[in-house]
Write a protein that binds this ligand. Structure first.
Ligand code: UDX
Ligand code: UDX
Ligand code: ADP
Length: 463
């Protein structure tokens, strides 16, 4: 039975996943390591508001398990040495240079981990891929680990994480399934699969723990994300048709969702999907397909991303068009920056593209998000607009609190579906704004007839 786990990478996946494993396995010592000292300090912060990841329910588990059987540290080598099982949970961003630039996954962090494990380990280890990786990455890891001089046996498993941010703790506690890919034809492979299953069996029923070969497991993760993203692009494509006709996307989604073959989840039309996974994983899938000469397959999946880009720019253009073709010098309130509600993560958030477009149109942006820090918003915008922060600060204003943000505004643009945006007092807000007052609801969270009744000019998605 496993007694000691190490997780390399203390990010949005590694942090919450290890917190739940520690919670459910009090007999296992779980050490989460990262090269980023600042991040580890934040995980160890006394003030739980300072944790690097915001997830409902996470702070409570950290408070309960930290320094009991859950540890955060920068001592990577020591943790590797002590552990019987090592999870690799480092980032695998899209490559920004060289071969496969803009498409392939950048595996340099994964490779560095494998090399470090190979050089440090002095006892046998089970190495678990947690990060989403291209198919056959396990063989790369295997060949690196084989170079170990210390006469150590490594067994590789793929155990992709399916949690969604904002609901990570609930997803981890009640997973639809746990997927373990491994070498089930060999006794060593079987033992490794059994060892990892034992950990999950402390809270997940056996029927939900699925075993496949390692390549199926790797490909299933990419496939799941591609299918989920495809549903959003499909409903967003229909939202454009709805806007051109008198159909209403929420009614269409409701009607088709009743077909049990289709199902009603993940059919919410929006300003476009964001997050660190969907775009990256599909680009990765497209690259893999191209590598195998499967160009039709590559084109098919590429279209999911093209549709998402189209949706974001269509929404941004609509704002300008509706406001009499100019937003120059107009005060526009952007509600939300995170890529979805209940997270402080803004990676690939549609908000970034919308803001970028509006800045180019010379709008005066006033931004509020309940969890994303002002510094993060500046960093995101600096990267996307290439305007230095000092200059950006003259064009945008970021608020910690929405109290005064609406004064003299011309328009409100809802980009993230935070619950609090639904219950703002829009009657009062309207009185503070310039007339005609516009609301662009990029998430369809408000009731159009109520908002129109108040006197707003309301523009939603697909209606
Ligand atoms: C379809 C719709 O299902 C039905 O709701 C609508 O009213 C009419 O069109 P139909 O074409 O009769 O019905 O059969 P369906 O079961 O949908 O199959 C269509 C085709 O898809 C068949 O060739 C079937 O073999 C194929 N199919 C279906 C697959 O290849 N894989 C599947 O998983 C399901
Ligand atoms: C996704 C997968 O859901 C998860 O299983 C995987 O492990 C990681 O990638 P995540 O990106 O955290 O999770 O969040 P998700 O809930 O999938 O939302 C992704 C984006 O799609 C968000 O921007 C969200 O707002 C958007 N979305 C989601 C829609 O626009 N409409 C929907 O109906 C659902
Ligand atoms: P994810 O959303 O996949 O969890 P994050 O970027 O939030 O991605 O987290 C990945 C973490 O992995 C980062 O904190 C990064 O510092 C860490 N990391 C990357 N490479 C290494 C490495 N070789 N050793 C330790 N930590 C690493």
């Amino acid at each position: 039975m496993i007694k000691s786990i190490c997780c390399i990478g203390a990010g949005y996946v590694g942090g919450p996943t290890m917190a739940v494993i520690a919670l459910k396995n009090p007999h296992i010592k779980v050490t989460v390591v990262d090269v980023n000292q600042e991040r580890i300090n934040a995980w160890n912060a006394q003030n739980l508001d300072k944790l690097p990841v915001y997830e409902p329910g996470l702070a409570e588990i950290i408070a309960q398990m930290r320094n009991v059987n859950l540890f955060f540290s920068t001592q990577v080598n020591e943790a590797i040495q002590q552990a019987e099982m090592i999870f690799i949970s480092v980032n695998t961003p899209t490559k920004t240079y060289g071969l496969g630039k803009g498409m392939a996954a950048d595996l340099k962090y994964v490779e560095l981990c494998a090399r470090q494990i190979a050089s440090v380990a002095t006892t046998n280890k089970i190495v678990v891929e947690k990060s989403t990786l291209p198919v056959r990455t396990a063989s790369t890891i295997k060949s690196i680990l084989k170079q170990s001089q210390n006469n150590v046996q490594f067994e590789i498993l793929s155990n992709p994480e399916f949690l969604a941010e904002g609901t990570a703790i609930n997803d981890l506690l009640n997973p639809d399934r746990v997927l373990i890919g491994g070498d089930y034809h060999t006794p060593e492979g079987k033992n490794a699969i059994a060892a990892l299953s034992e950990i999950y069996k402390n809270w997940v029923t056996t029927d939900k723990i699925i075993t496949t070969n390692i390549w199926s497991s790797e490909l299933s993760k990419l496939t799941a994300n591609a299918f989920l993203a495809q549903r959003i692009s499909s409903i967003n494509a229909m939202s454009a048709i709805c806007e051109a006709t008198e159909a209403n996307i929420d009614e269409v989604a409701f009607a088709i969702g009743k077909d049990s073959r289709i199902g009603d989840k993940f059919l919410k039309a929006s300003v476009g999907f964001g997050g660190s996974c969907f775009q990256k994983d599909i680009l990765n899938l497209v690259y893999i397909a191209q590598t195998f000469g499967l160009n039709e397959v590559a084109d098919y999946w590429q279209q999911v991303i093209s549709m998402n880009n189209y949706q974001k720019s269509r929404f941004a253009r609509k704002i300008v068009q509706e406001m009499f073709n100019t937003v120059s010098g107009k005060k526009i309130v952007l509600l939300g920056w995170a890529f979805k509600k209940d997270t402080n993560d803004s990676r690939e958030s549609a908000a970034i593209d919308i803001a970028n477009y509006l800045i180019e149109e010379q709008a005066e942006l006033h931004i509020y998000d309940p969890k994303v820090t002002a510094q993060q918003i500046f960093t995101d915008l600096e990267k996307s607009t290439t305007i230095p922060q000092e200059e950006l600060a003259t064009k945008i204003k970021i608020y910690n609190h929405p109290d005064t943000i609406f004064q003299q505004a011309h328009a409100i643009v809802i980009v993230t579906e935070w619950d609090q945006f639904k219950t703002f007092n829009y009657t009062n807000i309207k009185k503070q704004m310039q007339q005609p007052a516009f609301i662009f609801d990029g998430r369809n969270i408000l009731n159009p007839s109520e908002i129109t009744q108040i006197g707003f000019h309301y523009i939603g998605i697909g209606k």
